[in-house]
Design a protein around this ligand. Structure first.
Ligand code: RB5
Length: 150
């Protein structure tokens, strides 16, 4: 699987840790930065990952900032992106089964490395269930179309 990853300074350490895990799992990674704990603006990196997902250059995205909130708000502005901010394994798995989330968002100042790694691995492996859930996503797609016309 091809995965785009990005963070701000507050998510840098967790992103680096998870990047290592993705590499060990033989995933193809595009790391859009940031490259250190020097202060940066999370939207700059959130937009890059979200665009790569939206334009089909990668299969999935992963974003990390301090809380995950700013990154999830940013990514969900981009058409076709369904970014899920997760804090527990159940939510991570359900975000794939029911919502077909294509970006996982984590809080580097909130979630420990062990849990983050378990959530990421489970999220990558879990398929979308489709069916009635697909019909609900179509409603979101329609909303996006309406919003873009304005
Ligand atoms: C950066 O200080 C922090 O605001 C950012 O990482 C994130 O938590 C925003 O939602």
């Amino acid at each position: 699987m091809k995965v785009a990853i990005g963070s701000d300074h507050a998510g840098f350490e967790l992103k680096a840790y998870l990047k290592d895990i993705l590499e060990k799992e033989k995933q193809t990674i595009i790391d859009v930065g940031t490259e250190s704990e020097d202060s940066v603006d999370y939207p700059d990196f959130g937009i890059r990952v979200a665009r790569l997902v939206s334009e089909g250059h990668v299969d999935r995205g992963m974003l990390v900032c301090g809380t995950g909130v700013g990154m999830s708000i940013t990514a969900n502005k981009i058409r076709g992106v369904r970014a899920a901010l997760v804090h527990d394994l159940f939510t991570a798995i359900q975000s794939r089964r029911h919502v077909d989330a294509n970006v996982i968002v984590l809080g580097g100042r909130v979630t420990g490395k062990g849990l983050a790694a378990e959530m990421l691995k489970a999220w990558l492996a879990e398929p979308f269930q489709g069916g009635r859930h697909a019909a609900r996503l179509e409603k979101i797609d329609k909303l996006e179309e309406e919003c873009c016309k304005k």
